[in-house]
Design a protein around this ligand. Structure first.
Ligand code: GAL
Length: 698
């Protein structure tokens, strides 16, 4: 069935971005580099330069956590070592992301200005130590950070080696000191203007929580307030905005003397504590740190698709612009429960997976293993042995060689006609909800399950939040959109009216942006477009199942019945027609899946949580029925994925085998030149275990 009406999916997005850094028309390859740990070992620093060349590394992130070496005593700067390192790196062929050092502070700073120390949710105050534990509203901290950032920019902002700012490192956490509480109250006052509005939004008559003075409001506390959902949501929004404000102050400080250098901060995967979508516009390019636990038994494909999802989200945060893989480990981490080494092939495969989904860089934590302290066993390009004759070094060299052959990919993007909603505010609200399933509501896993089906079927996906435009897409999947952000329902309605295909699931359209339930029936403002009314939701114990029944002669490719687990929506059709019904229990024969024809488009409601098999088959059915193209229009072997980067003229087909078996892919669309072997490809390709190939079509 072709989409009718206005042709969906005619993207207005660009697909030819050019290099992120005009001076480097190549894929970046590099690492976090901490020469400050080795200043007393000059021969090691010389060795580093030699070995960087062997790996074809062209970028290093320098200065992260180096504050006490840059300013050993207050106001006494020692930049000579950094100047030499930058000169040496530049002469050696490496550019630099220069970090602001705010991720960890020197001891003198904590001693002299104790208000920089964070107060935790239980109101205990930290002592000096660790990293990432500052009060972001501390005037002393802001002042000192602005000062050192400004000094760094003045001294190095025009250094030939420096191509961008690595602002701080993995922002995260929150402070509950008196100053932060006041800032929270001011934020609330600014947003609500009156206490009446705040009380209404927080539904504070519940348990007699009505506030009659702004001073009565305290931030969430382990021994105080945790149950006012509107407050929890606002606190999380505040923490994101407070972090943004701090980050902006950092950016302003470096821009005084280096106004043109692009800035980024490294995101931590799908870190729940900060709404990365809000932070993204403040950055010139997105970067993130990826640490999957590869090789857990039976989970390789799921791991791979989760990482792919975060890559796709990182690309989508800047509407398709290539991003930077700022950190990954060349071998194992040291902080996960099991530090398993990457099996042969996995380092190249996982590195190129980032590029396949839109990264124009592959970088590591860390260049050289530290000698002491907590990260001394974390994987690094150079191990304690100090030379290049190691398996890991060879793996990194292999990546360097491969990236050199991918220069033409730089600046291209992935053109997606399918969008999947993964929304932070929704996520926060779902986490907070008590009922219907406190034993595991599984929002992230559900979003991922839908992503996995698309990934396994070779479909390009943008992973977006509810604030993003929808007009570039023909299929929109929104699992568990429990909290509807302002304007989202209207956007969906327009999208479907204009011929789009929309899929929503159980537990959608329940609360507004204040976490207040919609009155008049669920799924609230999505009721018309979905054509249903959801009356109740049943929660099943772990291990319990119901089944849903579907007619495969109508819904081609589907099986007759599927297991249903955990959550079953008991809903009524209004204008929708029934696609599948429940098989068991007192709600047997009632609708489980429906389809509403809404103007020119289609809106599906999947009322029950299913296992992966239903989602896989249903996605496959949707793609067929609504003519949504997959990358190669072929059935991919299990754990094999495809991603295509394009600039509108050339196509780069990345083929990745995340299984331990040799796999072959066949497709009439697969022809061109394989970039690593220079072989001509015509209709099929064989991938070895954990193998990867890139076919260029011009
Ligand atoms: C990152 C962090 C790095 C390093 C790494 C270890 O989260 O940014 O500094 O600690 O983890 O995996």
């Amino acid at each position: 069935m072709q989409l009718k009406g206005k042709k969906k999916g005619d993207s207005m997005k660009s697909n030819d971005y050019g290099p992120l850094f005009p001076s480097i028309p190549r894929v970046l390859h590099g690492a976090d580099y901490n020469p400050e740990q080795w200043l007393d070992y000059p021969e090691i620093l010389t060795e580093d330069l030699r070995m960087m060349q062997l790996t074809k590394c062209n970028v290093m992130s320098v200065g992260i956590f180096a504050w006490s070496s840059l300013e050993p005593e207050e106001g006494q700067y020692d930049f000579a070592w950094l100047a030499k390192i930058l000169d040496d790196l530049y002469a050696n062929g490496q550019y630099v992301f220069l970090a602001t050092p705010s991720g960890a502070r020197p001891a003198w700073l904590a001693q002299r200005y104790p208000d920089v120390l964070r107060v935790n949710k239980d109101r205990t105050k930290n002592t000096f130590g660790l990293r990432h534990n500052h009060c972001l509203s501390s005037p002393a901290y802001r002042h000192k950070v602005a000062k050192i950032n400004g000094e760094l920019a003045r001294r190095f902002g025009h250094h030939k080696a420096v191509i961008g700012w690595h602002i701080s490192n993995e922002y995260g956490g929150e402070c509950h000191c008196e100053r932060c509480q006041s800032a929270f109250r001011a934020w609330l006052q600014h947003n609500y203007q009156t206490l009446d509005r705040l009380n209404e939004a927080w539904w504070s008559t519940f348990w007699s929580h009505t506030y009659t003075n702004w001073q009565q409001i305290e931030s969430p506390s382990t021994h105080g307030e945790t149950m006012v959902h509107g407050m929890n949501l606002d606190w999380r929004r505040f923490v994101t905005e407070q972090t943004m404000e701090f980050m902006q102050a950092e950016i302003q400080a470096v821009r005084v003397d280096a106004p043109y250098l692009p800035v980024t901060t490294n995101f931590m995967e799908a870190f729940e504590g900060l709404d990365y979508w809000k932070m993204a516009p403040l950055l010139d390019f997105i970067s993130w740190d990826s640490y999957p636990t590869w090789h857990e038994p039976r989970t390789e494909a799921k791991k791979a698709s989760w990482v792919a999802m975060i890559h796709d989200m990182s690309r989508s945060m800047k509407q398709g612009k290539p991003f930077v893989l700022m950190e990954s480990t060349p071998s194992a981490t040291n902080w996960q429960p099991i530090s398993k080494l990457k099996r042969p092939g996995m380092h190249l495969l996982s590195s190129l997976q980032a590029v396949a989904h839109g990264a124009d860089s592959v970088q590591y934590f860390q260049w050289r293993k530290s000698r002491g302290s907590s990260e001394k066993f974390h994987g690094a390009v150079v191990d304690h042995v100090g030379h290049e004759h190691t398996r890991v070094f060879d793996d990194v060299r292999e990546v360097g060689d491969a990236l050199e052959k991918l220069s033409a990919v730089v600046g291209t993007t992935v053109d997606a006609k399918v969008a999947l909603i993964f929304d932070w505010e929704n996520r926060w609200a779902i986490q907070d909800a008590q009922g219907p399933r406190n034993a595991g509501i599984h929002y992230e896993q559900t979003v991922h399950a839908w992503y996995h089906a698309l990934w396994q079927q070779g479909v390009a996906v943008d992973v977006i939040d509810q604030t993003q435009p929808l007009d570039a897409y023909s299929l929109l999947i929104a699992p568990m959109v429990y909290l509807l952000r302002p304007g989202f329902a209207d956007k969906v309605s327009e999208f479907v009216k204009n011929g789009g295909v929309f899929v929503a699931t159980y537990f959608s359209g329940i609360v507004d942006e204040h976490d207040l339930c919609y009155l008049g029936g669920f799924p609230g403002p999505l009721m018309d477009v979905l054509g249903i009314w959801s009356e109740e939701i049943d929660s099943l114990y772990d291990g319990e199942t119901n089944r849903l029944h579907i007619d495969p002669s109508v819904y081609q490719g589907m099986k007759k019945s599927y297991d249903v687990i955990e959550l079953c929506d008991l809903f009524h059709t209004k204008t929708a027609k029934v696609v599948a019904t429940y098989s068991d229990d007192f709600y047997a024969h009632r609708p489980a899946v429906t389809l509403n024809h809404y103007h020119e488009g289609h809106a599906y409601y999947v009322g029950a949580r299913t296992k992966q098999d239903f989602i896989d088959d249903f996605v496959s059915f949707l793609l067929q029925r609504h003519s949504v193209a997959s990358h190669l229009n072929t059935r991919l072997p299990e754990a094999v994925s495809v991603s295509i980067r394009t600039n509108g003229r050339d196509q780069f087909i990345f083929l990745m085998n995340f299984s331990q078996k040799t796999q072959s892919i066949m497709s009439e669309q697969l022809h061109g030149r394989e970039l690593f072997t220079a072989m001509a490809i015509k209709g099929s390709i064989i991938l070895k275990p954990f193998g990867v190939a890139v076919v260029q079509q011009s």
